[in-house]
Design a protein around this ligand. Structure first.
Ligand code: KIV
Length: 265
């Protein structure tokens, strides 16, 4: 089903400075709850490998998993824009394989696919976007590369790496990306990237100067075991219901109250 919130509408929100509220979502019940609470984008993230499947990383998630969860979310959604992750190993090999797998997610109800990586993904981004598949890039901390990165670490802290991330963002926009997730980078760098791009940036651990914010739903609900990352806020604290917590998050994103300095690197 076509979303009521189109890519065009999201681009307009960026142009008009209206922050975009994004949450991960993996099933039909939460899809309708999050939509009713005003969430703009439902991200069927491969974080489901950790919060749903109990894996230690996102690396074990399959195409079948992503197709299944994209269908679950799409079946209950009528307003939100749905972005689905291409899982590890489904797109890195070559652009033709990336297209074939992206097409499966689009056929399952996604309106856009997300792929992790910088310069190495410009060709694939161009191939998909020029063939009718909107692409959301994802740079900074890219969880599918956790073992190459040496853990879930903040990226772009030094000048050289910050410049590389900025240049990757520009190259991905030039290649045809329509949106870009910035994960775990200094707030100042995210602000610079957002100002230099025309496409929306969606931050997670990237400070408030992005076009929108995303959190993993279970982090927002405070039900993920273990120590929460610095950029997480548990919106169930003081909330009367899950709906109330999600509404509070959407309001905070809209008025620039989340993330605060305490959530920012
Ligand atoms: O899979 C996911 O949930 C994500 C977000 C962390 C941006 O990619």
């Amino acid at each position: 089903m076509a979303p009521k919130l189109t890519l065009h509408a999201l681009q307009k929100m960026k142009a008009e400075g209206i922050p975009i509220a994004v949450l991960t979502c993996y099933d039909a019940s939460f899809a309708s709850l999050l939509e009713e609470a005003g969430v703009d984008i439902l991200l069927v993230g491969d974080s489901l490998g950790m919060v749903i499947q109990g894996g230690h990383s996102t690396l074990g998630v399959s195409m079948e998993d992503m197709i299944y969860h994209t269908r679950c979310v799409s079946s209950a959604s009528s307003r939100a824009f749905i972005v689905s992750d291409l899982p590890f190993g489904s797109y890195q090999e070559n652009r033709e394989k990336a297209f074939a797998n992206a097409a499966k997610l689009m056929a399952s109800g996604a309106h856009m696919v997300k792929i992790e990586g910088g310069f190495a993904m410009t060709d694939t981004t161009n191939f998909l976007s020029s063939r009718g598949i909107p692409v959301c890039a994802h740079i900074g901390l890219t969880p599918q590369s956790v073992h190459s990165l040496g853990g879930y670490r903040v990226q772009g802290r030094d000048e050289g790496n910050a410049l590389r991330i900025l240049e990757e963002a520009r190259a991905l926009q030039d290649a045809g990306a329509s949106m870009i997730v910035l994960e775990a980078i200094p707030g100042e760098l995210a602000g610079k990237i957002t100002a230099s791009l025309s496409i929306p940036t969606i931050g997670i651990g990237a400070g408030k100067n992005c076009s929108g914010q995303v959190l993993v739903l279970y982090d927002l609900l405070g039900i993920y075991p273990g120590k929460a990352a610095r950029f997480v806020r548990n919106y169930m604290d003081g909330a009367s219901s899950i709906q109330d917590a999600v509404r509070h998050y959407v309001e905070d994103v809209r008025r620039g109250a989340f993330p605060g300095p305490e959530h920012t690197f």
